[in-house]
Design a protein around this ligand. Structure first.
Ligand SMILES: Nc1ncnc2c1ncn2[C@@H]1O[C@H](COP(=O)(O)OP(=O)(O)OP(=O)(O)O)[C@@H](O)[C@H]1O
Length: 618
């Protein structure tokens, strides 16, 4: 391996004086192709440099107390492996051409770091009951009946006592039939906000044959969840109002049979499957009397990637001039660019309703948000050390978001080999839909565990009692960061957020999240050292196929950030090769020429281009 050109395929990484897998190797996971990135939200260049954070004694103290409570961390049955080395000794920064990280980059100033324990204390004293404005009297659901706004039949399905801000703020406009663009923070009850009055209108106006309300969701999991909530709201009607869900990854003929044989007044769909049915089934005819169109997570649906499907789907719906319909767009985030194109679906005189004032923070103020800077070689160890610390502190229902399906798989498989006392769950687009559904349901009802997830659960998913959300690697954009964070601290509950970035990814925290009051934190050095060695050992049991796929996906994802990182393609490949080495790959993972071509990396030195991939690597 030359120090100027990166590891040359197909040589082994372990040269003279270099580390062998499982000795002093360190690890981290990578990314892969994300589905459509929001160009507008991408950060400007900068922020590279920096290095591993200095350990905070305070976090260490907390860890110490944890140890006192739960036995010694080092050598406990929770962690496997006993090699020792200092994971920080390689430092971090730009990838060297030999694939090893730079040493000794600057650490963040200690003043920026915060005592972890003190922080949780402060937060728990600062309870915030749901998204409620203290200046506005809370509205009881049953008062809507007295006021003649909502019928007893509709209210019978509601299981809550008081309305949330967004439910109160949007009710009248929706009941009046106005088009609405509504924005409210994550976990504040937007689903009931659009379902309840829409169902009430359905009752008041009478149901027409076919689909009356069409709801579009960007993910399958969210579609099922909305379907469930709609079902709950109409359950006492004993099937008079039919609710159905159609999503990709399932049998289309089964959808058709169900729509033919059972009532389908409210249809929840993901964009691709919806379009398929509109183009290739009889759904267009079924929508002939459509009264309401609802886009949940509207900003995501109007972003590149989904927008074309939505635009196309709209062309199959009845002309609004002949069949008037109401359109509702809901989301926690509403970038200006989306507001501009919202008229694509909305009437010109639509109402914009937001329960987030301009001065208000985009996220819940009762959610402490931490940023941990860790070189790529220690991202995984930092993540797992953090999980361990949180678990030891009794915060044991966690979600870890990763940039790609493959890195999600790598983290989960490694975690399986590492922590035996906390169940791990894995969800991403490479899993079958039935597995995804089962995993979501199992994790929803679990008392504790770690869900490793790609962005398929980033938006809308309502999992009770998530103690903390960890985001490792670069989120697709600011909005996605907010939605992922929003999986915790829902419905007024407490929660914490952690963002683990490499020094060159720090531009995202520094430029895109300036208003979030991120707290610089660090995992204590001794915990990190211990975890790193355990991770190295655990990685030896992860199949080469997972590592190879993680490598390819990482290149695909981070290729889009070269400008932000101020990297050349060669530096990108060098960083990927370094990652492969640290994962314990014995050679640079193979890639097909056509894949490399699609990524725009043709001719970049350091890649291992092969004619055929090993079995199963595709
Ligand atoms: N009026 C209410 N009072 C108390 N809890 C409520 C109320 N309305 C909804 N909830 C609960 O709040 C939680 C979050 O609701 P929901 O999933 O609709 O939030 P959301 O605003 O759509 O979140 P996201 O932006 O993440 O999609 C759910 O568990 C729901 O049952």
């Amino acid at each position: 391996m030359s120090s100027s050109s990166g590891p040359q395929p197909p040589q082994s990484h372990a040269g003279p004086g270099q580390q062998r897998p499982g000795s002093q190797r360190s690890s981290r996971g990578g990314g892969g192709r994300g589905r459509g990135r929001g160009g507008s939200s991408r950060g400007a260049n900068g922020g590279a440099g920096g290095g591993p954070s200095r350990p905070t004694t305070a976090y260490g103290d907390q860890q110490q107390q944890t140890r006192d409570a739960s036995g010694p961390v080092r050598g406990t049955g929770n962690w496997r492996g006993n090699n020792r080395h200092d994971p920080r000794r390689n430092g971090s920064g730009r990838p060297q051409q030999n694939g090893f990280a730079n040493a000794g980059a600057a650490a963040p100033a200690p003043a920026q770091q915060v005592q972890y324990q003190q922080l949780t204390q402060e937060v728990s004293n600062n309870e915030t009951p749901l998204d409620v404005d203290p200046n506005v009297p809370r509205v009881r659901f049953d008062s809507l009946l007295a006021g003649g706004l909502v019928s007893a039949a509709t209210l019978r399905g509601v299981k809550h006592e008081f309305m949330t801000s967004v439910q109160a703020a949007t009710l009248k406009d929706i009941l009046l039939g106005n088009d609405c663009l509504a924005q409210a923070k994550t976990g504040t009850g937007k689903t009931v906000a659009f379902l309840l009055p829409s169902i009430e209108l359905l009752r008041k106006q009478g149901m027409a044959p076919g689909v009356n309300i069409l709801i579009i969701s960007p993910t399958r999991e969210l579609a099922y969840q909305i379907g469930q909530q709609a079902q709950e709201l109409v359950a006492h009607d004993h099937g008079k109002i039919g609710v159905q869900v159609i999503v990709g990854g399932t049998n289309m003929n089964a959808d058709k049979t169900k729509m033919r044989n059972h009532p389908c007044h409210i249809l929840v769909a993901t964009p691709g499957r919806l379009l398929d049915h509109l183009q290739n089934g009889d759904l267009k005819a079924r929508c002939a009397n459509l009264k309401a169109l609802i886009l949940d997570e509207a900003d995501r649906l109007l972003e590149q990637g989904f927008r074309q499907d939505i635009e196309k789907a709209l062309t199959f719906l009845p002309n609004k001039a002949t069949v008037p319909r109401q359109t509702l767009l809901f989301s926690a985030t509403m970038p200006a660019a989306v507001k501009q194109i919202a008229t694509l679906a909305l009437n010109k005189n639509y109402k914009f309703i937001s329960t987030i004032s301009e001065a208000d923070a985009a996220t819940h103020t009762h959610v402490a948000q931490h940023v941990l800077e860790a070189p790529l070689s220690h991202s995984m160890a930092t993540t797992f050390a953090l999980i361990h610390s949180l678990h030891a502190a009794g915060k044991s229902k966690l979600i870890v978001f990763l940039p790609t399906a493959r890195s999600t798989q790598l983290y989960c498989e490694t975690f399986h080999n590492l922590m035996s006392n906390l169940p791990a769950y894995e969800i991403h687009s490479r899993k079958s839909q039935s597995t995804r559904t089962k995993t979501t349901e199992a994790f929803k009802s679990a008392a504790r565990g770690v869900l490793f997830s790609s962005d398929v659960t980033a938006r809308g998913i309502d999992i009770p009692d998530i103690s903390a959300v960890i985001q490792t690697g670069l989120p697709m954009n600011r909005e996605q960061y907010i939605h992922r964070l929003g999986r915790t601290a829902r419905a007024g509950k407490q929660g914490e957020g952690y963002l683990i970035l490499t020094p060159y990814e720090m531009f995202f925290a520094d430029r895109k999240l300036t208003d979030m009051n991120l707290i610089r934190s660090a995992v204590p050095n001794d915990t990190l050292i211990h975890t790193q060695t355990a991770v190295n050992n655990a990685l030896q049991h992860v199949p080469a196929q997972t590592k190879n796929q993680t490598y390819g996906a990482w290149l695909g994802y981070y290729k889009g950030y070269l400008k932000d990182f101020k990297w050349s393609p060669r530096e990108l490949v060098a960083a990927a090769n370094q990652m492969a080495q640290e994962m314990g790959c014995t050679e640079v993972p193979p890639m097909l020429a056509k894949t490399v071509g699609k990524m725009g990396l043709k001719g970049v030195p350091g890649l291992n281009i092969v004619k055929f991939l090993p079995d199963g690597d595709a």
